[in-house]
Design a protein around this ligand. Structure first.
Ligand code: ZN
Length: 123
């Protein structure tokens, strides 16, 4: 994937992460205290979106946001490791329209729908 594309998705991911964190900070005082504590330790003016999400902070989130934050962090790592946008199941490139909607996805549309079909069969 081209570098400017990667930058674009990185921005989308960071923005999404920031939104989850903002929502958390607005609704949860203890999370706010935690994050402030940690930013003092690292840097005076740490950027919320790029700060590391710690286990403590994760614990204060609901499961949905937890999974989302972890998926976003994993996607950011893949950008750093040049593995972003590749389906973990079949190895082909994930559709750009899909990445645009869900930049933290790890599977292409075909594998995702195969997976859902399988789940359906089990149930
Ligand atoms: Zn695939």
């Amino acid at each position: 994937m081209r570098k400017d594309k990667l930058e674009h998705y990185k921005e989308l991911l960071l923005k999404e992460k920031q939104e989850v964190l903002n929502e958390l900070l607005e609704t949860d005082e203890s999370a706010k205290a935690l994050l402030e504590d940690e930013s003092h330790n690292v840097n005076d003016s740490i950027d919320l979106a790029t700060s590391t999400i710690t286990q403590n902070l994760l614990k204060t989130m609901n499961q949905k946001n937890q999974q989302k934050i972890m998926a976003i962090e994993a996607a950011l790592r893949r950008i750093g490791e040049n593995g972003f946008g590749v389906c973990i199941s079949c190895g082909s490139n994930i559709e750009e329209s899909r990445l645009e909607a869900i930049p933290w996805t790890t599977k292409c549309m075909k594998c995702k729908s195969d997976e859902q079909k399988k789940k359906h069969q089990i149930l």
